[in-house]
Write a protein that binds this ligand. Sequence first.
Ligand SMILES: [Fe+2]
Ligand SMILES: [Fe+2]
Length: 166
Amino acid sequence: MGLFSKDIQTLDDLFVHQLKDIYYAENQITKALPKMIDKATNPQLKEGFETHLAGTKNHIQRLEQVFEMHGKSAEGTDCPAIDGIIEEANDVSGEVGDKQVLDAALIASAQAVEHYEMTRYGTLVAWAKQLGREDCASLLQQNLDEEKATDKKLTSMAESGINRAA
Ligand SMILES: [Fe+2]
Ligand SMILES: [Fe+2]
């Protein structure tokens, strides 16, 4: 379904569309992370990706709650943006031979994923509030806060030596 499909007429429709978009994205991320865990060399980074995988599964559950609260069934809709980010991550990391440089590339890719999630959740929180759904907004805000925290952790990992070693 394209963003400007006839099915989207109201802000509510747009909200549900965006929910489906991030639901698809979070599911794709759970599929991509095990490969990143395998590729990461630095134990701290590996552990960080494992924590992120657990967090992502949690995000999916919260999204399912939001769908339910909003009277919709939880389903995804194709999101070419996250597909592209993941595809690029796979391409780049496939080309890097040096282990430390590979870790730096993985962090950069993971941060691109986090920033995508942050922009989606930021919008969803704002729209939920506009629609008078404070209950949905607060669950979405929890996901947003966790994406921000993951992004910060990745930044400090990059600054604390993984990039320097590379
Ligand atoms: Fe997430
Ligand atoms: Fe995330």
